[in-house]
Design a protein around this ligand. Structure first.
Ligand code: CBA
Length: 420
């Protein structure tokens, strides 16, 4: 029987008010400073628009790239793939291959089974898992984070309820490393602090310590009994060679540190959306590594249970096959070289335009990003007047610069900076 109109009104007002009150106090979240840029770019109908916001590699036509080694791995996997769950710690084969990249092909630590490692939801997931582990097992600890850093680092450790401190890293005047500040801050931190370090291709500055400086940093961190945690999201993107880009980590290993590493295949294999990464922690012995791994799995289980299978299979297929691995190394170098070429082109274009400013840092910095030194207001002008999208801290994702847009970009940068 149909309900009377009065009854319907009564019911909807009762239910309506009860349900609405649950989320009434929820305000819209602020836009993410990086991914929000992509949203704004997509919404802009201008044919001139350029996205140099997010760190995602594009080919010289501005198109996303699927590496040939990935295509071939997918061909080999096709038909052989079942859709079963991976174990909580992910694919054992994929993790083994991933550890070799960070710790070295013939690492003693791998042989001695001293590394607790699990497949993680890309680099972000690896950092978050570590932050949660840190909170659970060292609840009194803090994390020292470089200034500046990838904006999401702050969110990750905040949501894991780990208090944050900062350490000096970048010098705005020299547009290089603030080595003195960095050393002082390491020395002044309470003994046994946690330090977050970018293993290579620092985001957003593109400024890495030299080998000598890494040696000094490692020595000091050891003296102070700090714990070094490396975020390695860009292995291969700094020099073009993943082995060379692991240098900082190898220095720390030689010096006998116990370290943690977050690895990601988003950039260096172009597996952005596959969310395939790894968290590893070097322990004192095998027994400790077994315990730590079991606890990492225990953290993963109630969050996402186990990681996705497809990306892991792509990675293990590529790295487990010499021919595909060689192709991958060639393709990583190709991506890094294209970016290096675009750095030179951007700098030359700005110099040709007669810019009164020095743009030397564009070619001095390495990795995916150029920390241009532009102010938030200048970036706003680039967006509003030229449809160029980038983060307001002045970071240019060099991976989005192409032969086709570099002239336009240089001209726009010149326009907004020439009177400073
Ligand atoms: N660490 C650092 C230092 C990063 O720059 C990024 C990616 C990650 C996470 C970890 P993933 O989880 O995809 O493996 O990477 N940073 C960005 O490239 C972008 O992907 C960036 O534009 O800064 C992001 O998520 O913000």
């Amino acid at each position: 029987m149909a309900l009377s109109r009065k009854l319907v009104q009564q019911r909807s007002s009762v239910f309506g008010s009860r349900y609405m009150s649950w989320w009434r106090s929820v305000e819209p979240a602020p836009k993410d400073p990086i991914l929000g840029v992509t949203e704004a770019f997509l919404a802009d109908p201008s044919p001139d628009k350029v996205n140099v916001g997010v760190g995602a590699y594009r080919d010289d036509n501005g198109k996303p790239v699927v590496l040939e080694c990935v295509r071939e791995a997918e061909r080999r996997i096709a038909g052989n793939l079942n859709m079963e769950y991976l174990p909580m710690g992910g694919s054992v084969k994929k993790v083994e291959e991933t550890l070799k990249l960070a710790y070295g092909e013939n690492s003693e630590h791998i042989k001695d089974k001293r590394i607790a490692a699990v497949q993680a939801l890309s680099g972000t997931g690896a950092c978050r898992l570590f932050a949660d582990f840190q909170k659970r097992f060292r609840p009194e600890s803090q994390i020292y984070i470089p200034v500046p850093t990838w904006a999401n680092h702050h969110n990750i450790w905040r949501d894991a309820h780990v208090p944050q401190k900062t350490f000096r890293y970048y010098h705005p005047e020299t547009k290089g490393l603030d080595f003195t500040g960095l050393v002082d801050d390491i020395k002044n931190a309470p003994n046994g602090s946690f330090f977050l370090l970018h293993a290579c291709a620092h985001n957003p500055t593109g400024v890495d310590p030299s080998e000598e400086q890494w040696k000094e940093i490692s020595k000091l961190i050891k003296e102070k009994g700090h714990f070094p945690f490396f975020d390695m999201a860009y292995q291969g993107f700094a020099s073009g060679d993943p082995e060379r880009d692991a240098k900082a980590i190898r220095i720390f290993l030689e010096d006998g540190h116990l370290i943690g590493i977050a690895q990601s295949y988003a950039k260096n294999m172009g597996l952005y959306g596959q969310r395939v990464g790894c968290l590893s922690m070097l322990c004192e012995d095998e027994k400790q590594a077994v315990a730590v791994k079991s606890q990492l799995q225990m953290l993963a289980r109630p969050m996402y249970s186990n990681p996705p299978v497809h990306g892991a299979l792509i990675v293990s297929t590529i790295l487990g096959d010499q021919e595909l691995k060689t192709l991958w190394l060639k393709e990583v170098k190709g991506m890094a070289d294209r970016i290096i070429g675009m750095r030179t082109a951007l700098r030359e274009n700005l110099e040709k335009l007669g810019s009164p400013l020095s743009w030397e840092h564009i070619t001095n910095q390495i990795g995916m990003f150029c920390y241009s030194g532009m102010t938030p207001e200048q970036v706003d002008r680039l967006t509003n007047e030229f449809h160029i999208y980038m983060t307001r801290n002045g970071r240019i994702s060099m991976a989005g610069v192409t032969t086709g847009n570099v002239g336009y970009l240089a001209n726009a940068i010149h326009e907004v900076t020439k009177s400073t």
